[in-house]
Design a protein around this ligand. Sequence first.
Ligand SMILES: Nc1ncnc2c1ncn2[C@@H]1O[C@H](COP(=O)(O)OP(=O)(O)OP(=O)(O)O)[C@@H](O)[C@H]1O
Ligand SMILES: [Mg+2]
Length: 254
Amino acid sequence: MVDVINICNLSFSYGKRDVLKGINLSIDRGEFVGIAGPVGSGKSTLLLVMNGVIPNMIRGNFKGAVTTCGMDVKTSKVSEISRKVGIVLQDPNSQIFSLRVRDEVAFALENRKLPKDQIEKKVDKYLKLFGLHSMKDENPNNLSEGQKQKLAIASTLAMEPEVILFDEPSSSLDSSSAIKLYKILRALNRKGITVIVVEHDTELLVENVKRVLVLKDSTIKLDGPPEKILSSPKIEKYGLKVPCMFKSTARSSR
Ligand SMILES: Nc1ncnc2c1ncn2[C@@H]1O[C@H](COP(=O)(O)OP(=O)(O)OP(=O)(O)O)[C@@H](O)[C@H]1O
Ligand SMILES: [Mg+2]
């Protein structure tokens, strides 16, 4: 196995307080990892380190070494890293800037100078995948929050990156859309794409990911397969719910 993310002794603070402290983490190509933890525990910050936005675009006190797809985030440009690593931000409004739905998906593909017919094909494919095709000429401002979230996801997937980082992708989706989204993510992962997703819904985690990390107090407190990490009532102290499938065993082992 080859690691696509390697984090060695990382500490980061935006100001005085360490948001991440002494983080060591290796993620192999083809893994499907879920990151959970309480509000403000540094989940989004950790994703931004993985694609080099931190320390290149958001400054702070950064210590340690981080490589993503073999690129040192300190010395590589975000534009280079983003060719291999896609990210869907927690707030889709901060990611969407085009005036037409189709242009949002086409934008990065045009930047990469793909032939027009290929761009059209990809735009159609990814808009259809998320049920947005009939809205392709709409202004994204007219979409609901859930539709905007789907558009941000479609635009990132259309670039067909090797690693995809998702920050709470199901937060504005209804449960059937969230289940459909994870089905798409599982299919991508079966093709060998590394998927890393911040997700607080432990039912979705246990059904979909192969490894769970729990962040709290600036460090990774738990790391392992979802059946092991999420079945323990201990996760309640990290603000997480034991999934239904483990409830009876969790109670009997209290
Ligand atoms: N750009 C920033 N400048 C200053 N402080 C920040 C910035 N972004 C995040 N923080 C602070 O860093 C800490 C971790 O934030 P982060 O967004 O990484 O947490 P999170 O686990 O993703 O939280 P949530 O569950 O609310 O999304 C918080 O205390 C937050 O206020
Ligand atoms: Mg966050």
